[in-house]
Ligand binder design. Structure first.
Ligand SMILES: *Cc1c(COP(=O)(O)O)cnc(C)c1O
Length: 223
């Protein structure tokens, strides 16, 4: 299926969710996750008007950036190894995976300008997953204020790999609560207004629970 047809479907779903939850579609930014697809497929996405593109590896990011024609904002959505920071950090508009102080420190040392970061949270505290456990997030964000290149725009999570709607919804709801708490605190370096949550299989639930960035790969640009 062409990307344009997939986008029609996804957009339609997003519009429906927004209608029934009284949200505006413009509040939901769609990040087209292009990590598994060719430059041509990613280009199709840009050509239908998708501006946010997500990659999870340095090589993929650079390859896409060399080849894509048109306006794009670049999102790094994968684990970022500290030794890759210097290569990646000035090439992206958003980092979705800030999850440790050593990474914040390295970003601060290498970045030429402020970096929009999501703090990645392991909401369900699964052992094999990246991200901070929810209880550690507040303290982490306080500590990050020492690094003036870091702007915490919001929180990000990957929901558990399940089709159980109750579990997914609870995960998204917990992240939204945590975001609200941090936002209320009024940190200058952490406006924390955004929520990056929801992928191909669960983006509708995530939007119902307040997602402002959904990261969609297979349902949008997958072959
Ligand atoms: C791959 C990936 C996605 C997109 O996954 P799909 O299920 O293909 O939509 C979203 N977020 C992260 C962090 C990813 O690694």
């Amino acid at each position: 299926m062409k990307v344009s047809e997939k986008w029609d479907k996804v957009y339609n779903n997003i519009r429906n969710v927004c209608e029934r939850t009284n949200r505006k579609t413009q509040e939901v930014n769609v990040v087209a996750v292009t990590k598994y697809v060719t430059n041509e497929r990613a280009q199709e996405g840009v050509d239908v008007g998708l501006v946010h593109l997500g990659e999870n590896r340095y090589e993929g990011l650079i390859e896409k950036q060399k080849n894509i024609i048109g306006e794009a904002k670049w999102h790094f959505i994968g684990t970022l190894q500290s030794r890759k920071v210097k290569d990646v950090i000035d090439h992206i508009d958003y980092l979705h995976s800030l999850d440790r102080l050593s990474l914040a420190k390295e970003i601060n040392k290498r970045a030429q300008k402020k970096v929009n970061c999501f703090v990645q949270v392991n909401v369900s505290d699964e052992e094999q997953k990246h991200g901070l456990s929810p209880q550690k997030v507040f303290n982490f964000i306080e500590q990050v204020s020492n690094y003036d290149k870091i702007n915490v725009v919001g929180l990000m999570t990957m929901a558990p790999n399940t089709s159980d709607e109750v579990v997914l919804r609870q995960c998204f709801r917990d992240l939204a609560h945590l975001r609200n708490e941090i936002h209320k605190h009024g940190f200058l370096h952490a406006p924390c207004t955004e929520l990056s949550m929801g992928m191909s299989n669960d983006y509708e639930i995530a939007i119902e629970e307040g997602a402002t960035f959904v990261r969609i790969g297979s349902a949008l640009v997958g072959e």
